[in-house]
Design a protein around this ligand. Structure first.
Ligand SMILES: [Zn+2]
Length: 450
């Protein structure tokens, strides 16, 4: 059998499995697996976990079970050992979904997979049930006698951020140990453009409080010399950006370059809903700014609301800050620089208090190992074009846990969640061609990697 014949056969097999994939996704989307019992009965997650366990069992995994994690959610974990001496690949996905948010904003029923203009709509169709179905399709195409060891983990509370699986992995490292970990909770840069998500930004969250007077004072009688805490905060926060909008924290590098895919300005403007005539921020490219450089956002401020405010000078002010940091910057180091900057720039000797809320590590996926080469080749073959890399502005803490727990493993981030999917928003959808192409890439990888 020539390689070309193998490829055509596999491509045909995957195409033939797409009807089953759609049926699976229809069943999965109908299961309301929002992992928050205050919003949806816990039964939805229970039934989904069992569905996922049954499906992976049918696809050839042998030791499949539901494991309770420290936040009460259940992770579905399965394994089929490979022939002696072969490596093990862990396939990650999650079966819980975001709530519908604004029901009225959905143009199709939230929990009914609905085909429209070639896409499949429904909550979780992409994030992450589309990735569950992609794993299943790949395994069906090449199984059940896999040439290497296969493990699967499907997390039950990813969207809640309660970290159940993160703590479970640390407590049970042997269950999920693998040579390669494919975290399928990302997606291509665009439909048809095979893409690795190469980096995730970390973050530093702090609450800053300024105090200047014992109480609010009349702005007519005292305005002028009275140290206005709100004016002090405005001045302090303004020191965190230059006139072009670059984030400027004394000592923190802010001129990094992104070497992967370039995010076109017009696409970014449309994706971010930027109004005509309003500038984008920063002196780098869009990719530099969103994936390679630090970015500070003021998340909230305690100030008097416009309606109900009076002619008074404010004695205190508070702001909640979120600093996103790229790989290469440690959160402790970024926090230290941010604190020093705030102390150096606070005007008028206002009393400053900084409360640290959270620190998150940035993440870099494996770039140069044998599995990365094999998967890159498989994706290029499946899509018929070269593979590129993008970053992700947010973080996936589980990736850092995997990297710390399995330092030898090659960890890669892929999936079917391209930008048109509108994950987390109303009218989530998936492009079935992405499921088909990614399933083929995964099947090629699992059959070629040794
Ligand atoms: Zn997800």
């Amino acid at each position: 059998m020539t390689e070309a014949f193998d490829l055509d056969a596999l491509r045909g097999k995957i195409a033939g499995l797409m009807g089953q994939a759609k049926k699976d996704l229809t069943e999965l989307v109908a299961l309301k697996s929002v992992a928050d019992p205050r919003q949806f009965p816990a039964e939805g997650c229970e039934r989904t976990a069992r569905w996922v366990a049954d499906a992976f069992t049918a696809a050839g995994l042998t030791e499949v079970g539901l494991h309770e994690t420290p936040d009460g959610s259940k992770a579905v974990i399965g394994h089929r050992p490979g022939p002696p001496g072969t490596p093990t690949v862990l396939l990650y996905c999650h079966y819980d979904v975001q709530p519908p948010l604004d029901d009225a904003a959905w143009k199709t029923p939230v929990w009914t997979l609905t085909e429209k203009d070639g896409r499949w709509y429904g909550r979780g169709a992409a994030d992450c049930k589309g990735n569950i179905v992609t794993h299943l399709t790949a395994l069906r195409a090449i199984g059940p006698d896999f040439p290497i060891g296969i493990k699967v983990v499907s997390e039950g509370s990813e969207e809640q951020g309660t970290g159940g699986l993160e703590r479970f992995v640390v407590a049970n490292p042997e269950l999920l140990s693998a040579d390669v970990i494919l975290v399928a909770d990302c997606g291509n840069f665009a439909v048809g453009v095979p893409t690795f998500t190469q980096t995730l930004r970390g973050n530093v969250n702090v609450v800053v409080t300024l105090e200047t007077m014992r109480g609010p004072m009349h702005s007519g009688m005292f305005g002028g010399p009275a140290p206005d805490a709100l004016a002090a905060m405005i001045q302090l926060l303004a020191s965190l950006r230059d006139k072009d909008g670059n984030t400027t924290i004394d000592g923190l590098t802010d001129d990094q370059k992104w070497t992967g895919v370039q995010y076109p300005v017009e696409d970014f403007r449309a994706d971010a809903g930027v109004l005509d005539g309003v500038d984008l921020l920063g002196s780098g490219t869009v990719s530099d700014m969103v994936w390679a450089r630090p970015a500070l956002t003021v998340l909230g401020m305690d100030v008097p609301a416009v309606v109900g405010s009076s002619a008074a000078i404010q004695p205190t002010s508070r702001a909640r800050l979120n600093l996103r940091i790229p790989p290469g910057t440690e959160p402790e180091q970024a926090l230290d620089l941010l604190e020093k900057h705030l102390r150096a720039h606070v005007p008028w000797n206002a009393r400053l208090d900084i409360e640290v809320e959270a620190l998150g590590e940035p993440f870099v996926a494996s770039e140069h190992g044998p599995a990365r080469s094999a998967l890159e080749q498989a994706m290029a073959t499946s899509y018929g074009r070269a593979v590129t890399t993008e970053g992700q502005g947010g973080s996936i803490p589980l990736c850092n846990v995997f990297a710390d727990t399995y330092p030898q493993a090659e960890i890669m981030l892929i999936g079917v969640e391209e930008p048109k999917c509108l994950i987390h928003a109303p009218n989530e959808s998936v492009d079935p061609s992405e499921i088909e192409h990614m399933a083929l890439a995964e099947a090629l990888f699992l059959s070629s990697y040794r």
